[in-house]
Structures are given as structure tokens and as C-alpha cells.
Ligand binder design. Structure first.
Ligand code: S3P
Length: 174
């Protein structure tokens, strides 16, 4: 394992990063941070309002800054990051520095089911949901794969099963 003992969860919106991250921190002796929450607390504003007031690039800069700050002080922590975090090269480098990077994957139909009716995610707003999910995954898949140390297809897996897969990877010298 990376010497700080952190686990970084990446993946598309709705892939379960937050749920898995919370579950791990509650069941194993690890802290939990979600970069979206971290950014919202820092700005005292929701992600939706940050996008609406300042635009996507401003939010992406905040994401990079959040990773830089977490690299300074985080250990024994599960960190879930926003679905767009791996797109920037610098973020992929920072995440590798931060910990073991785990890509949580779910089928597009399942993502669509989970994201249906969501009004908190500006990247999906006002568009055909299925088409938009497909389009963004096509744009991002290479970055997700490049960023990750291990890929877990979460479909049909329990929380315990997902955690065991991460632990197996780490114990095998990952
Ligand atoms: C985004 C994903 C969101 C959040 C923001 C942008 C994206 O996080 O960071 O709305 O570009 O995929 P989740 O993946 O936790 O929904």
C-alpha cells in the first residue's frame, strides 16, 4: 500500500464512491473525506452554485487545490473524489501520490437508474440522461483507467465484497 495508507475512490457519478467510502470508514479504522463535501465546505456553497456562479473550470481548479491540500495532511483515510477528478493529468498524478486509487465501475443502465431525477449534478443538467452518461463515460474511460491502480466492477457485489477486493489488491503488494 501507498505509505500514507489512503484509499482514493474514483468512478462515474452514481458509481457508489460515497457509499463505499462511508462504509469502509465505518467498518475499518479509517477516516473519510469526500472532495465534493470538502470543496463545498471551503467555499460555503453547493457544487451546483459553484458551477452556476463561476463555471466548470473554476470548480476543476478547486478540485486540484483540494487534492494538493489532502496530499499534505492525509493518512489512513478513504477519499472519494468527484466523477470528473481524473480528467486532468495533474489530478491523476496527485491521486497516485495520495494513495491506492480504486476505480469503481457500474453498468450504464444502473448509473442511469441511480441518477434519474438528480438535480444536484450540473454535468447532467438539462440533457438526455442515458445519452449524456454514455458520452461522458466515452470521454473519461481512458482517464479513469490511467488513474487507477485497481478496477472493481461493483455490479452484484456487496460492500464487504468490494472492500475485500480492495484489501486483496493492497495485501498483494499494491
Ligand atoms: C462531477 C461529479 C460530481 C461533482 C460535480 C461534477 C463530474 O461528483 O464533483 O457535480 O464531473 O462527474 P460525484 O461523482 O460524486 O457525483
Amino acid at each position: 500500500m501507498n505509505n500514507k495508507g489512503n484509499i482514493v475512490l474514483i468512478g462515474f457519478m452514481g458509481a457508489g464512491k460515497t457509499t463505499v467510502g462511508r462504509w469502509i470508514s465505518q467498518n475499518v479504522n479509517m477516516k473519510y473525506i469526500d472532495t465534493d463535501d470538502y470543496i463545498e465546505a471551503g467555499q460555503n456553497m453547493t457544487i451546483k452554485d459553484i458551477f452556476a456562479n463561476y463555471g466548470e473550470e473554476f470548480f476543476r481548479d478547486l478540485e486540484t487545490k483540494a487534492l494538493e491540500e489532502l496530499c499534505e495532511g492525509c493518512s489512513q483515510t478513504v477519499i472519494s473524489v468527484g466523477g470528473g477528478m481524473p480528467v486532468r493529468d495533474i489530478n491523476r498524478k496527485l491521486m497516485k501520490k495520495l494513495g491506492t486509487v480504486v476505480y469503481l465501475k457500474a453498468a450504464e443502465e444502473e448509473l442511469a437508474r441511480r441518477l434519474d431525477g438528480d438535480d444536484k449534478r450540473p454535468m447532467l443538467a438539462g440533457q438526455d440522461l442515458r445519452k449524456r452518461i454514455h458520452e461522458l463515460i466515452m470521454q473519461r474511460e481512458d482517464a479513469y483507467l490511467d488513474a487507477s491502480d485497481v478496477v472493481i466492477n461493483t455490479m452484484g457485489m456487496s460492500m464487504n465484497g468490494i472492500y475485500n477486493a480492495i484489501e486483496d489488491y493492497i495485501n498483494d503488494g499494491g
